[in-house]
Design a protein around this ligand. Sequence first.
Ligand code: BJW
Length: 238
Amino acid sequence: MKDLVERLYGARSVLALTGSGMSAESGLPTFRGVGGLWHSHRVEELASPDGFARDPVLVWTWYNERNAAHRRARPNAGHYALATLETAVRDFTLATQNVDSLHLRAGSQNLIELHGNLREARCDRCGERRSLDAYGMPIDAIAHGCGGRMRPDIVWFGEALPREAWKKAEAAAARADVILVIGTSAVVYPAAALATHYTSRAFVAEINPENTAISAGVDCVLRGTAAELLPRIVEALP
Ligand code: BJW
């Protein structure tokens, strides 16, 4: 940890990449671990354009349940530590794969939501948007007046990430002195590439209780949880 703290102290530019493990201590499940979302649900049915075309009610029922869980959850000490770290570094970018809005609620400002969010739905034909409240998408409003269907404003498998968000994240990775990779298995691309392919100058540190696809290739591995380690790192900064 001492090495990472020194690197952070001397850094002009920092990128943090987070995944679902970031919100585990807020009570939200990860995707691939034991008890993860993909253990009880088939990915292709729920997180793909084909699955949505086949059964939009099933897909919305699942996302409405997740939306309700996100709203019940509270940001944890790790989310707050990243928001604090942002105030200590001049050029700090937080790129998250999460759609749960917990970084936003913890006060992070320069936030890129790589896989979208569950605050809005959009029509898959005309692009019209509507905000989602705690009840999510009313099932009887999925069919849109233009003939399209309202879908969650998130990125499914086979879909491109929002262009501006991706450009901004790539640029942040390319100029970063330190990249923190927190709570992600780093198997989903292109997000995982931020920790591996755009790191010409960066010291890359992983924070995760488990081994991941990138552990062997990073500069520093801290085995522990986000809510436990991130506050300690921020407190250790001079
Ligand atoms: C803790 C902890 C604690 C636990 N503290 N840590 C073959 C090779 C390479 C790529 C591909 C390929 N075949 C297909 C692809 C592309 C595909 C892909 O990457 N597939 C791989 C799985 C093989 N990617 C895509 O399709 C992407 N789009 C794309 O490539 O577009 C190309 C294109 C270009 C131009 C035009 C058209 C297309 C899109 C990917 C979208 C991913 N979507 C999902 C679901 C939607 C959002 C949602 O419903 O929430 O995003 S999938 C799911 O995985 C979700 C997550 O954001 C994402 C990442 O998962 P994450 O967060 O890493 O979770 P886990 O469970 O895997 O890991 C949790 C970690 O936390 C673990 O390591 C734990 O140990 C740790 N942990 N507790 C810290 N307390």
